[in-house]
Design a protein. Structure first.
Lengths: 289, 170
């Protein structure tokens, strides 16, 4: 028994301390170095944050350049696949366009009706005015980890970006900024496990929290009591967190085979090229006189 | 003669280049094969195989450095991946030192404690010392499929080293 233990200790010691052929550092040294780097990075020293920020900027740029051939091949495959879908999609789009034309007329009618009702009630709408600036940024890196869903964009604190800013694809929410460097930022996508966004849905303006679930579809939690699950309800940001603007469209409700309520995002977060970052300059609250 | 030496050098550097490519770029072999559910870790198999069979092909310094870059790219606290893969390399070196006759079956089954030890460290570091949340299911699934896919990569790497005329049982 003691002999076996001695053998184990000798083998472990040899594995840790012995430097093999063409090995400059022992495993013990490198493991200790990793622990030291980890402690420094997780500690709240200000200078480690600056170092990490510089390191991030440099590695993101190099990594983006190194990924260019892969991006090109991925892009080509997607484009070829898209071409095969175009015919059916075109047919579908024509049908949808007809529907939207009818809806536009309805919308116009409702606007006029709304204005005339306001006039008759003598209401002055000062409006919910948000002075916003939208910045376009390029997704330079989207390495898909099994655990973390995030992308790197090519703008950072130099462009006035801050943590928590909403990130959109076209006009639909896809995530928020969680890390800001000088020339780059990391965007946490909505499907990441760490993503939790306050949202509102249905005509009763029910409040809920939209939660990312990794590879699984997004779900809603903290729904009000007596909430009836319906398909095709549009989900918007509620702005309750004071970080996002209210009313940014996120996705639609779907009920899966198991009867669970999921959210299907409007934007395809697997194919991000350019994204829009919303910066609130000034805000005037809604006020009725 | 110089060209032959150069080609030989390039060919023997392929595992190292693959390690850096996997850590540095967007390349994700599981998504290339469209295997989102069957997520597996090529990096772990690469480190385990070459540390076990021919450690001079992947220096531990390179494992440390490449995975440090991987932490930056993935947004993990620095030092998480180097510690994970160095722990894996440690188990592989231990197995190499304490095994007289290496066989595929022993290498494969020894991969189970190796990957659980390495993933355990990774999991504890992320959960206990960072604000990140990770899914237990994803980790277990990833380790299971990494174990399951190991024979395929084992023979791929072994065939490659045999073609190069390298002795992997050294």
């Amino acid at each position: 028994m003691a002999e076996q233990r001695d053998d184990f200790i000798i083998a472990i010691r040899s594995a840790l301390l012995k430097r093999g052929a063409r090995q400059r550092y022992s495993l013990f040294f490198l493991i200790s170095l990793s622990v030291l780097v980890f402690i420094l990075d997780t500690s709240s020293f200000s200078y480690t944050k600056v170092v990490r920020s510089i390191l991030n900027d440099a590695i993101y740029r190099v990594s983006s350049i190194a990924s260019t051939p892969l991006k090109f091949s991925k892009f080509s495959i997607i484009k070829i696949a898209d071409l095969t879908k175009i015919y059916n999609e075109n047919k579908l789009l024509k049908e949808q366009l007809k529907k939207y034309e009818i809806l536009e007329f309805d919308n116009e009618f409702l606007k006029i009706e709304n204005n005339s009702l306001k006039k008759s009630l003598k209401l002055i709408d000062l409006g919910s005015t948000y002075y916003v600036e939208s910045h376009l940024a390029k997704a330079i890196l989207d390495k898909d980890s099994p655990y973390l869903k995030s992308i790197i964009i090519n703008k950072g604190s130099k462009s006035g970006f801050k943590k928590g800013m909403a990130v959109l694809k076209e006009d639909f929410l896809i995530g928020r900024i969680v890390e800001v460097n000088f020339f780059s930022s990391r965007v946490l996508l909505l499907n990441d496990l760490n993503s939790k966004i306050p949202v509102t849905l249905d005509p009763n303006e029910s409040q809920a929290i939209l939660e990312g679930r990794g590879n699984d579809p997004l779900s809603l939690s903290y729904l009000p009591d007596g909430f009836t699950e319906k398909e095709n309800e549009t989900v918007f940001t509620s702005g309750k967190d004071g970080v996002f603007l209210p009313g940014i469209p996120v996705g639609k409700t779907k009920i899966n085979k198991n009867g669970e309520l999921n959210i299907e995002l409007f934007a395809d977060i697997n194919q991000l090229n350019f994204v829009k970052i919303i910066k609130v300059i000034d805000e005037r609250r809604t006020n009725f006189k | 003669m110089i060209a032959k030496v150069l080609i030989e050098k390039i060919l023997t550097s392929v595992p190292l280049v693959l390690l850096y490519v996997l850590c540095f770029t967007e390349l994700n072999l599981e998504s290339v094969f469209y295997l989102q559910f069957f997520s597996f870790n090529v990096n772990a198999m690469l480190v385990y195989f070459w540390t076990l069979k021919r450690p001079q092909m992947l220096g531990s310094g390179h494992i440390f450095f490449a995975n440090l870059i991987n932490d930056v790219v993935l947004g993990l606290p620095l030092g998480t991946s180097p510690l994970t893969y160095l722990a894996l390399a440690l188990v592989a070196t231990y197995i190499k030192n304490s095994t007289i006759h290496q066989r595929f079956s022993t290498d494969w089954f020894a991969f189970i404690p190796a990957i659980f030890f390495a993933y355990g460290i990774n999991f504890i570091m992320i959960i206990k010392f960072s604000d990140l949340t990770i899914s237990y299911n994803d980790i277990v699934r990833n380790s299971f499929f990494t174990f399951l896919f190991f024979p395929f990569f084992y023979y791929l790497f072994k065939t490659y080293s045999e073609k190069l005329g390298l002795d992997t049982d050294a």
